[in-house]
Ligand binder design. Structure first.
Ligand code: GDP
Ligand code: MG
Length: 254
């Protein structure tokens, strides 16, 4: 379990549970212990009564934010939902270009600005556009550079405040995108971003790699944050709803 990034806390609890049931099917007990920890209720996006439902994506550089937004946008527009994307990572011009490609691929609308522009202004405009166009979802892409940790967290707090100004109650969700291969490092990412902006859920990207995302077991245990989606590649279809049973099974098989 340590090798699978489950973390020392849950690992020793699970070992204790297995000791108690030493006569039982060990693999089955292990699977259930993992399942019970990651099976956190997650409200379905499709049932949201809020229009537009505004989701802000946060996370460190390269974790998979822009790609996850692109795939989710593709998924939602395919179901007939109207989506507006906010290119609020204005740190690099390439970030807006990357999101523009996803907007084109999925048929979403995109609000963007020049490199270096105020991410709050982009967020404000995107939410207003989403309201005016009666969009179902507005998804906000944000920057993730951690070398300027304090600035980034202040920037994210500001985006959150501006979103609420544009539409009281927004953002309705703030999801942290984790790279499944980050291992125990993802624990401190959750701590950091949760403290700054208050998370409502997780996206586990790059689960198609060698790591089966065991760190989520400890994260779920402590923060009770549901994993909403998992990323399984770079193609538009490579995003799936998180399935706790399948996740537990994959981790045990590993
Ligand atoms: N294999 C795989 N690659 C991914 C996945 N999600 C993102 N990537 C890749 O990871 C890199 C960083 O992703 P990006 O979305 O730009 O990260 P961001 O900096 O958080 O916006 C890109 O090369 C993506 O194509 C995934 O689920 N599986
Ligand atoms: Mg990005």
């Amino acid at each position: 379990m340590i090798a699978a990034d489950v973390g020392p806390g849950p690992a020793s609890q699970i070992v204790a549970a297995i000791r108690k049931n030493a006569d039982g099917d060990l693999t089955e007990i292990l699977r259930m212990e993992i399942f019970n920890r990651v099976n956190i209720p997650r409200p379905s996006l499709e049932n949201s009564q809020t229009r537009p439902h505004v989701i802000m994506f946060v996370g460190v550089n390269g974790s998979g934010k822009t790609t996850s937004i692109g795939k989710l946008s593709y998924n939602l527009t395919a179901k007939g939902k109207r989506v507006v994307l906010a290119a609020a990572d204005t740190f690099r011009a390439a970030a807006a270009e990357q999101l523009t490609l996803w907007a084109e691929k999925s048929g979403a609308q995109i609000i963007k600005a020049q490199e270096g522009a105020d991410p709050g202004a982009v967020t404000f405009d995107a939410i207003k556009a989403g309201m005016a166009r009666q969009a179902d979802f507005v998804m906000i892409d944000t920057a993730g550079r951690l070398q300027t940790r304090v600035n980034l967290m202040e920037e994210l707090k500001k985006i959150k405040r501006v979103a609420d100004k544009a539409m009281p109650g927004a953002p309705h969700d703030i999801w942290l995108v984790l790279d499944a291969s980050s291992g125990q490092n993802s624990f401190s990412q959750v701590e950091l971003f949760n403290q700054a902006v208050g998370l409502t859920g997780l996206v586990l990207a790059k689960l198609d790699g060698t790591s089966k995302g065991g760190a989520v077991v400890a994260i779920s245990d402590k923060y009770k944050l549901p994993v909403q989606f998992v990323g399984l590649g770079e193609q538009p279809e490579d995003l799936e709803k998180f399935d706790p049973a399948q996740f537990a099974q994959a981790l045990v098989s590993q």
